[in-house]
Design a protein around this ligand. Structure first.
Ligand SMILES: *Cc1c(COP(=O)(O)O)cnc(C)c1O
Length: 404
């Protein structure tokens, strides 16, 4: 058996269809976001990052950095164990209290990432509740899909952002089965936002619990950064709110919030919570400061909104088609994996503009795209350079000007 040949064959197939992933090797420069040094041989040394999930630049916020450094000096580098065996640090408990307060829930539970929190919580709910059925929006994130798969309970897929379809599917299930409606607030590929109130009302009508992924909304929406559920004043009607500390909060980690009993249940039964080393206390301390900051400061959110609106306006003025949506995510549809990669390469090599091509399986085949996430730190000059480069590209390549 030549395993390497087997590996290579599949890699070759991926390359042939244009879906082979090439990473940009960056060195982010604290104090200079969104600029970074690039270590790819075929790219300029200085690049502007246009696809970061550190949406507000909190990863370079001086108070966040200071909190991380101070915690390292006080507690050392690592947590020292799993949460169960010597790893629960004071910083973890403080952060969990901060998160519970962010979503105005009784309790919160930390995980090593948002991916792990979705995987662990959904698989535990679906496997531990007898006869559970998970009703999943068809565009849910891979971490939710994997969690549901691992739960090995009955699963029903409902049409994306379609409360009527959800209603029909809930009505077809046995009245006494525990039902879990799993969905996201902001879907990060199209940047669309769910009709939360309608979904909540349908779930309530059928006695279902609601499981909401607010990963792309926490820190960004709502008066205190509590997400779309806070903005729409619906948080208290959602059973479980899940989020990340790695995107707008600029650090790393994931969490769930909900009732005391719910969080205690996941804490006690989720293998993905129990059998892994806790986050470093320094990470927890930094994340807490980031959350605290965004609870009382609107400045970053407002500046981001202004930058997003400005880039959209400039794209419109130059006739560069982009997907309309109510969020901070600006997708430019290319609809071909090879072209999408080519355009991204060109932007990087010729202009030092880094935007990762988004290809299958992240999005369906034929909907490949470039996806721009303006932050408060992108200057007008950065935006003008991007628009100029895209105009140049649009001229050179036979990309359709038809709006997606
Ligand atoms: C990124 C993402 C996650 C995973 O969060 P991480 O903290 O990056 O692991 C979960 N859900 C959605 C919708 C995401 O986009």
């Amino acid at each position: 058996m030549d395993f390497d040949v087997m590996f290579q064959n599949q890699l070759d197939a991926l390359k042939k269809e244009g879906n082979y992933r090439i990473f940009a090797e960056l060195e982010r420069e604290a104090g200079a976001f969104p600029q970074a040094r690039c270590h790819n041989a075929d790219a300029p040394e200085k690049v502007t990052v246009w696809c970061s999930n550190d949406y507000l630049g909190m990863g370079q916020n001086p108070a966040v950095i200071r909190a991380m450094k101070e915690a390292i000096d006080q507690c050392g580098a690592g947590a020292g164990g799993t949460r169960n065996i010597s790893g629960t640090n004071h910083a973890h408990k403080l952060l969990e209290a901060e998160l519970a307060d962010l979503h105005r829930k009784e309790s919160a539970l930390l995980f090593t990432s948002g991916y792990v929190s979705n995987w662990a919580a959904l698989s535990t709910l679906g496997s531990r509740l007898p006869d559970a059925v998970i009703l999943s929006d068809e565009l849910n994130h891979a971490s939710m899909i994997e969690g549901i798969r691992h739960a090995r309970c009955q699963k029903v897929i409902w049409k994306h952002n379609d409360p009527e379809d959800l209603d029909r599917k809930l009505a077809a299930l046995p009245a006494n089965a525990p039902k879990i409606v799993a969905f996201e607030s902001v879907y990060s590929m199209d940047g669309d936002i769910c009709p939360m109130q309608e979904i909540v009302e349908v779930a309530e009508k059928h006695g279902a619990m609601t499981y909401l992924d607010e990963v792309h909304a926490v820190g960004l929406y709502g008066p205190r950064g509590g997400g779309i559920s806070e903005q729409e004043d619906l948080a208290d009607r959602i059973t479980l709110i899940e989020g990340t500390l790695g995107k707008a909060f600029g650090v790393v980690g994931g969490y769930i919030t909900g009732s005391e009993a719910l969080c205690d249940f996941i804490r006690s039964f989720a293998s993905g919570f129990i059998f892994t080393t806790a986050l470093p206390p320094a990470v927890a301390a930094a994340a807490r400061v980031s959350i605290q900051h965004l609870k009382q400061s609107d400045q970053e959110r407002l500046a981001q909104r202004e930058r997003v609106a400005y880039l959209r306006k400039r794209l419109d003025q130059e006739g560069i088609p982009h997907m309309d949506n109510p969020s901070h995510i600006i997708p430019v549809m290319i609809k071909d994996p090879v072209k999408c990669r080519m355009l991204a390469d060109y932007l990087m090599q010729r202009y030092g503009i880094y935007v990762q091509p988004i290809n299958y399986p992240t999005v369906p085949k034929g909907t490949e795209r470039l996806r721009f996430t303006p932050s408060p730190l992108h200057s007008t000059d950065d935006i003008e350079k991007l628009v100029y480069a895209l105009k140049d590209l649009w001229k050179q390549c036979a990309v359709s000007h038809a709006v997606a």
